[in-house]
Design a protein around this ligand. Sequence first.
Ligand SMILES: [Zn+2]
Length: 386
Amino acid sequence: MFSIKNLAILLAIFNVTHSLTLDQTNGCDSTTCILPDCLCMNTTPPMGLNLEEIPQMVFMTFDDAVSNWMYPTYEKIFGNRTNPNGCDISMTFFVTHLGTNYQLVNEFFNRGHEIASHSVSHKDDYPYWMNNSIAFWEREAGRQREIITTYSNIPMDQIQGFRTPYLQTGGDATFTALQNLGINFDSSLSTKNFMDPPIWPFTMDYGVTHECMVPPCSVETHPGLWDIPVINFQSGENGTVCNTPDFLCFPSYANLTASEVFDFFIFNYERYNKTRAPFNIYQHIYWLANSQEVLQGFLQFIDFLLSLDHVYFVPVSKGIEWIRNPLTLAQMTNNDVFGCDPSSNNREPVPCPEPQVCYYPESVPGGEQNMGSCVPCPSEYPWLDV
Ligand SMILES: [Zn+2]
């Protein structure tokens, strides 16, 4: 007998097996916007692959400075964990300048993580980011890429991504600047309309086709630039919707238990079974460093995912590489885009030839600064124009 429950299941299947309409994608037609360089926003895997035969990618992304005090916490997260192929799990760091130790950035890069730009100044001033020019965004995003390259010794072409401070873009000025810089992806735009089922990353050839949650909004097209959406979390059925759990879903996270944190991540992860879109976990290290319970719950969640043979924790740029040329899990046993051999990913280890800690009693941003560097210290603390 046909029941309401069966109808709900049928509707759920309908939901996940049908693409978004042309109206929903601003006219992006998947017969003309084709991989590897163009992809419409969608809730189905690329190239018509079936959900069951592809990997579930997890983009673990951490923002802000990379400093010594965080090291033990990061080590607990990725120090001894491997993907199903036996390679270390890896993630993307969106790095801002103040307080960053570039020797540590060099080490993380050499361990397989991705380093991306998150602006030089990270100024705590929304209008500063909202109302500015293309040249301004090129300076904040591009100068930080230069600083990372110079003091961590990482090749500039390996720094492929950007995230704005506070997820506050300047609309098209931001994305035009990223295109001018040759940056491949942005992960600043959040969505809640497309959190269930979650959308896949897409190129901005037809503009930003999900909703604009934080004005100013982009209205132009940015061909070839990947939008890695910050898909919102929810703290349980009818719970708070947020783009990052650490201070938005759980402003008073100190009282959380490990099992509450575990349940939160599992609840959100389950939506991804509908599309296998990459699960973009946007957070800041401090809530894991400041609470043993939060850290335990998060580590239990990671270990649960790694007990599944199709879940891979990979940097965003490797995920984009997979999307551009998608492979089934069966094909990946012969041609592993997530393999550990650095040379297979065009990534040679980069030395940190002259490690040193630079000290500046005065700096342009203000006060005294220390900076771990892989090369001899510059005479002044680096900044936007220094
Ligand atoms: Zn930030």
